[in-house]
Design a protein around this ligand. Structure first.
Ligand SMILES: O=C(CO)[C@H](O)[C@H](O)COP(=O)(O)O
Length: 195
């Protein structure tokens, strides 16, 4: 049986899907970049101690911080939240510090996966897999496992966060309740909106 026709069509479909995904990815990166740069322009000032988050959005923020340090000769110290953040800080030749030396931060910039109308955020990312366990556990810099939990309906995020933290063995959750003062949403056309 000659399968070259259907196979070519399948290959064509796979190529179209991967092109579509990469176009969406590029548009999302535009939004992340715009939000990150806006955050740095708005909130970073001279003589600050900055918390540097982790993920893909923070890469754009650190680039912008480095640009401003170079152009405006800003005196900043950067405190990383992860190995990735530490690498970004040193790669961009920014001043690296830690919470022992700077226990109080002026500003922390980080990405978020979801932010609600009360600025409660879910962070920590996640993996899309057909069945749990297929992709292997996600492990933090401190060798803890990250588990994704699904809840039907949550009425009180603060209470949920408290209850989760009370479970023996839980070190931290990805819920950020009453922590964010501002959320900047980058749109795919490169514009931003602030909440
Ligand atoms: O919480 C995080 C890391 O712990 C990330 O900031 C969050 O998942 C958003 O990631 P990204 O900037 O890649 O969209």
């Amino acid at each position: 049986m000659d399968l070259s026709g259907p196979l070519l069509r399948v290959r064509g479909a796979v190529w179209c899907i991967s092109r579509f995904i990469s176009t969406v990815q590029k548009a999302m990166d535009l939004g992340k970049r715009a939000a990150a740069r806006h955050a740095v322009d708005t909130y970073v000032k001279d003589n600050q101690a900055l918390g540097i988050g982790s993920g893909s959005t923070i890469v754009f923020a650190v680039e912008k911080i480095a640009e401003r340090v170079k152009n405006e000769n800003l005196n900043l110290v950067c405190i990383p939240t992860s190995f990735q953040a530490r690498q970004l800080i040193t790669q961009h030749k920014l001043r690296l510090s830690d919470l022992d030396t700077h226990p109080e931060l002026d500003v922390t910039i980080d990405g978020a996966d979801e932010v609600d109308r009360n600025l409660i955020a879910i962070k920590g990312g996640g993996k899309d897999s057909k069945e749990l366990g297929q992709s292997g556990p996600v492990v933090t810099d401190n060798d803890n496992f990250i588990l994704d939990c699904q809840f039907d309906k949550v009425y009180d995020w603060k209470e949920l966060n408290t209850q989760l933290n009370l479970i023996p063995g839980v070190v931290e959750t990805g819920l950020f309740v009453n922590m964010a003062e501002c959320a900047i949403f980058g749109q795919m056309d490169g514009t931003v909106s602030t909440r």
